[in-house]
Design a protein around this ligand. Structure first.
Ligand code: F6P
Length: 319
């Protein structure tokens, strides 16, 4: 193998740039030529690839977003789109592809690598932490820290006014951002799509909390579990306590990556090159502080487990 390519696809996540830098520099160290593909799979289809050198990834380690840009490609879902992508890779002599993204990105990579018998390495990059095979995805730690910063600020003002604040966070169908930020931020309740909740019970808990001397309540709600604004109105009506709601939105996707996301980016990038050199089709991940590789089919067949123990701990600590 002489030539490899790298792309980012799906929602961006802090740490993607750290992974791109590591992949490019380690691949060059291994005497490979590296092509950077613009805007995910669309760049493969539209032939937007440029050769990268060590300097093209200077000064990006500390930046959020992705220098390669990203997109969610509709055309890559079609056989014609996949064929165009393959032809564009072939004409440059590219024999291995690294993709950074989430579930959708990996499903595309799986189909492509099967159809054209093409080595593929996948790096998990999404703030959602919704991939079953890896303990953490790139960007999750930074996103949770961004949420925590907001929660700290919200707590100041909510306590001053004896208010309840409903904080809506991202995560698609996964409650991990809400769970981790809820535990670390001392939220009084954490609402996630994985666990059913009862609004009446939530309201009576809030009233009880105030009777016990609490002067503010932070209710963390994952976007997959409901809308902050609607819940705020219902809770106000039920508790007669002043409520406010906030949707943190895309602010969670930006910012300089944390230590964890920079380290994962470096380790994932290096491991992805090794996967391609071995001619495999696999994903990199982390388990118990160790970098792992796993066959793409096996990884995608796994079902994400929700940490019920941590959820229960949060509930007890919030009383
Ligand atoms: O997958 C990352 C994510 O930020 C989700 O948490 C969220 O549901 C979605 O992307 C938002 O997508 P978009 O940037 O297209 O609005």
């Amino acid at each position: 193998m002489k030539n490899v390519a790298i792309l980012t696809s799906g929602g961006d996540a802090p740490g993607m740039n750290a992974a791109i830098r590591a992949f490019v520099r380690y691949a060059i160290y291994k005497e490979l030529n590296v092509f950077g593909v613009e805007r995910g799979y669309d760049g493969l289809i539209n032939d937007k690839m440029t050769e990268m050198d060590r300097r093209s990834v200077s000064d990006i380690l500390q930046r959020g977003g992705t220098i390669l840009k990203t997109a969610r490609s509709e055309e890559f879902l079609t056989v014609e789109g996949q064929k165009k992508a393959y032809e564009n890779l072939k004409k440059r002599g590219i024999e291995g592809l690294c993709v950074i993204g989430g579930d959708g990105t990996f499903t595309g990579a799986k189909v492509f690598s099967e159809k054209f018998d093409f080595p593929v390495a996948g790096i998990p990059g999404t703030i959602d932490n919704d991939l079953a095979y890896t303990q953490y995805t790139l960007g999750f730690d930074t996103a949770v820290n961004t949420v925590l910063d907001a929660v700290n600020k919200l707590r100041d003002t909510m306590t001053s006014h004896d208010r309840v604040c409903i904080v809506e966070v991202m995560g698609r169908r996964c409650g991990d951002i809400a769970l981790y930020a809820g535990v670390a931020g001392g939220a009084e309740a954490i609402l996630v799509p994985e666990i059913e909740y009862d609004v009446q019970k939530l309201a009576s808990n809030i009233v009880e909390n105030y009777k016990k001397g609490k002067t503010s309540d932070i209710i963390m709600i994952a976007e997959g579990a409901g809308k902050a604004e609607e819940l705020s109105l219902v809770l106000k009506a039920l508790t007669k306590i002043s409520t406010r709601s906030i949707v943190l939105g895309h602010i969670q996707r930006g910012g300089s990556p944390t230590l964890q996301d920079r380290l994962l980016g470096a380790k994932f990038g290096v491991k992805a090159v090794d996967i391609l050199l071995e001619g495999k089709r696999a994903l990199v991940g982390v388990d118990d502080n160790t970098i792992i590789t796993i066959d793409i089919d096996r990884a995608l067949a796994m079902k994400k487990a929700f940490d019920k123990e941590l959820y229960e701990t949060a509930r007890i600590l919030a009383m």
